[in-house]
Design a protein around this ligand. Structure first.
Ligand SMILES: [Zn+2]
Length: 209
């Protein structure tokens, strides 16, 4: 079970160990960017900026150091036969696009129909965080949240919907304010059962219901 997720995490961790730049290298790179913009990294307002940026990046990309398998490890089986949809709605997240390192700001709907076991509801929100706090494209983020739930819990089905606005599109490039991108990943009964699929889609389309 979950062998794919495990294998991927192992690859990622061994890659991290070797040749990871030091904090001072990152700060030097930020100073180079500041110079390149045309500003002076030595002026008062900018002297602390490289270390602030490094700390901000540590937070933006903290998901690389977290293991989704561990988050979903603890499950509960005393659920009295509960087998209806469990849905965490409109979980806010911030991520960064892997093409421009620009913010992606959005919400995720994460649902599954259990098959004998459930996880604590906060674990679903943490799973969104683990993958959002990495460099992403929205399509991959959507699938990455759904897959470990499917692998680890072996539920009847999983659905993930993400709505997000991409700053690389709203603040640069085509400058389309207000547009958001909607992606979904449906597995098991969320893919095969039209009623389940529609019940879940309705939550995300009309979140006030
Ligand atoms: Zn982008």
């Amino acid at each position: 079970m979950s062998s794919n997720v495990h294998a991927l995490e192992r690859v990622r961790q061994s890659r991290d160990e070797e040749g990871r730049p030091e904090r001072v290298d990152v700060e030097a790179a930020v100073r180079a960017i500041l110079r390149w913009t045309g500003d002076d990294p030595n002026r008062d307002g900018l002297t602390e900026t490289p270390s602030r940026v490094a700390r901000a990046f540590e937070e933006f990309f903290s998901g690389y150091a977290q293991d989704p398998v561990q988050i979903l490890q603890k499950t509960f089986e005393e659920i009295e036969g509960y087998d209806e949809m469990i849905a965490l709605r409109a979980v806010g997240f911030e991520s960064h696009c892997e093409h421009h390192m620009a913010p992606i700001v959005g919400q995720a709907w994460v649902a599954y129909e259990p098959n004998g076991r459930v996880v604590g509801i906060s674990k679903l929100a943490r799973l969104v965080e683990v993958y959002a706090k990495r460099l992403q494209i929205q399509e991959k983020l959507t699938a990455q949240i759904a897959n470990p739930i499917n692998d680890m819990l072996k539920p009847q089905g999983v659905g993930v919907i993400i709505k997000a606005s991409h700053h690389c599109m709203t603040t640069r490039g085509v400058h389309k304010q207000g547009a958001d991108l909607v992606t979904s990943r449906m597995l098991g009964c969320f893919r095969d059962n039209l009623a389940t699929r529609q019940e879940f889609l309705r939550m995300a389309v009309s979140p006030e219901e």
